[in-house]
Structure formats: structure tokens, C-alpha cells
Design a protein around this ligand. Structure first.
Ligand SMILES: Nc1ncnc2c1ncn2[C@@H]1O[C@H](COP(=O)(O)OP(=O)(O)OP(=O)(O)O)[C@@H](O)[C@H]1O
Length: 254
């Protein structure tokens, strides 16, 4: 579904992502791991169109999308969450979703001024979409709560809902379980599995190895911007290069 060929990103003299070729199958969960500074976030920025590539090619469902901007990538179905999600803390959870969705819909200022039919239709559609997304992530019961009053785990779920409301086919999750406790991590992993069951292709950056080993169909291991391994969790866990570079001897024996 997603094919990268020799993807490279240079920042001046620093090569943050160096010649990575990898493919991710439709409807799978793919984890990108590696030490701090390995190039994971840059890799996501390239796939989502947030940054132009220095070299290489990106193909989604057979279509060459190299060089498309982030808004164009969003339109063809690439959704994304960030390490930390900025919400309007004084607005309800539902309103946060509606605003997030409206930023991506078509009405312009004239529609707002004249209260056009298109605007009213879009508002109704936005509300419906927002509720659908909240329901999917298990937050329907707190839609009226102020975003400033919800837990870190609920914020993570809101971030998922924001991304889902754009109807992605490929979803990039940056540390989906960052800053939540082990029990909540299990709940978020279940939610990611539910996204996969609904047909989404998922790529995620995560440092929680237990979660990844249980969740991922495929793991891509980066180190200093280069791919040092890819494979199933079992393959990656047993790979001496990975153990040396990243997992450390503690994990090698676990
Ligand atoms: N906009 C930028 N300009 C210059 N250098 C950058 C930029 N973004 C990232 N880098 C550099 O590229 C390298 C890879 O960074 P990146 O953030 O992609 O790594 P990462 O694996 O996501 O790290 P972390 O786990 O700490 O988030 C780092 O050396 C970083 O300093």
C-alpha cells in the first residue's frame, strides 16, 4: 500500500534519513523504532508531506506521490497524530473534533457570512463525523467535557479521533502511548488493533517495546538515519544487529 524507495532527507550536512527502502502492506500495523535521533520523526514528516524529500520516491496504492504537500497527502488519505496534541482546553471534546474537522472542509468566509446551504450541510456533516470518530475511540460519553479536564490517555484518544475524522487509509501515529500508564497502554493498543480491523494501514513510532512486540505485524529499525533491520517482531528481536544497536543486552535475554 505504501512503498518507499531510497528515501533520503538531508539537513545541511546531516543526513537524517538515508536511502530507506521499505514497503508496508494494506491493513497492517507497522512500527518504526530506533534510538533518539535515529530519524523516526523525520521519516514520518517525509511520508506525510510535511517536508520535501532530498531524494527517493514514495508510492501509495500504485500512485507516485513524491513531492506532494501535507494537505495533498491528507486529501489522498494520509492521516497523522503528533507526539503531543494541542487542544482548545476551554472547549468541549466534541467542539475540538468539529473545529479540527472544519479546518479540512470546504466552506469559505463567504459561506459563513451568508450562512449558505453548503455551510449548514457541512456543519451537520462535521458534527456527524466528529461523533462517529469519538464513538470509534470510545469517548462518546465524554463529548461534552472540557478538553482541559480530560486525562492524558483520553487526550491520546482525541488525537486518534481527530486523525480518523479525516477518513484516512494510512494513519501515522507518533508515540500513541507516550506518557500513559501500562494499563492505559493496553487499552490504546486494543484501539489500534480495532483501527487495523476496520481496514486502516497503521505506521507508528513508539518506544514501548512490550507494546510494539505484541502489536506490530512488521517493525522497521532505524539507526543514524539508516534502516538496520526490518521484519516481524520475532525476527527483529532475534537480530544481532538490532540487539547491538538498540535493544541492549537486557532485552536480548528477555
Ligand atoms: N528541521 C530540522 N533541521 C535540522 N536537523 C533536523 C531537523 N529535524 C531533525 N533534525 C535532525 O535529524 C536527526 C533525526 O531526527 P529525528 O527527530 O527524525 O529523530 P527521531 O528518531 O524522531 O528522534 P526522537 O526519538 O528523539 O524523536 C537528528 O539528528 C535531528 O537533530
Amino acid at each position: 500500500m505504501l512503498e518507499l524507495t531510497s528515501v533520503t532527507k538531508r539537513f545541511g550536512g546531516l543526513t537524517a534519513v538515508n536511502g530507506i527502502s521499505v514497503g508496508f502492506e494494506r491493513g497492517t500495523i507497522n512500527a518504526i523504532i530506533g534510538p533518539n535521533g535515529a530519524g523516526k520523526t523525520t521519516f514520518f514528516n517525509l511520508i506525510s508531506g510535511a517536508m520535501p524529500l532530498s531524494e527517493g520516491r514514495i508510492v501509495i496504492d500504485g500512485r507516485d506521490v513524491t513531492g506532494l504537500r501535507a494537505d495533498q497527502m491528507a486529501r489522498i488519505g494520509v492521516g497523522r497524530t503528533f507526539q503531543s496534541t494541542t487542544l482548545f482546553d476551554n472547549a468541549s471534546v466534541l467542539d475540538n473534533l468539529i473545529v479540527g474537522h472544519r479546518l479540512r472542509t470546504r466552506s469559505n468566509l463567504l459561506d459563513v457570512v451568508f450562512g449558505t446551504r453548503r455551510l449548514r450541510d457541512e456543519e451537520a456533516a462535521c458534527r456527524r463525523k466528529a461523533r462517529e470518530a469519538l464513538d470509534f475511540v470510545g469517548l462518546a460519553h465524554i463529548e461534552a467535557r472540557l478538553a482541559g479536564d480530560i486525562s492524558q490517555e483520553e487526550r491520546k484518544r482525541v488525537a486518534f479521533a481527530l486523525a480518523l475524522a479525516t477518513d484516512p487509509t494510512l494513519l501515522l501515529l507518533d508515540e500513541p502511548a507516550g506518557g500513559v500508564n501500562p494499563e492505559e497502554t493496553v487499552g490504546l493498543a486494543d484501539l489500534i488493533r480495532k483501527m487495523k480491523r476496520s481496514g486502516l494501514t497503521i505506521c507508528l513510532i513508539e518506544h514501548k517495546m512490550d507494546m510494539i512486540m505484541n502489536l506490530a505485524d512488521k517493525i522497521l529499525v532505524l539507526n543514524y538515519g539508516e534502516k538496520i533491520a526490518e521484519g516481524t517482531p520475532a525476527e527483529v528481536r532475534a537480530n544481532p544487529v538490532v540487539i547491538e544497536a538498540y535493544l541492549g543486552s537486557d532485552h536480548a535475554h528477555s
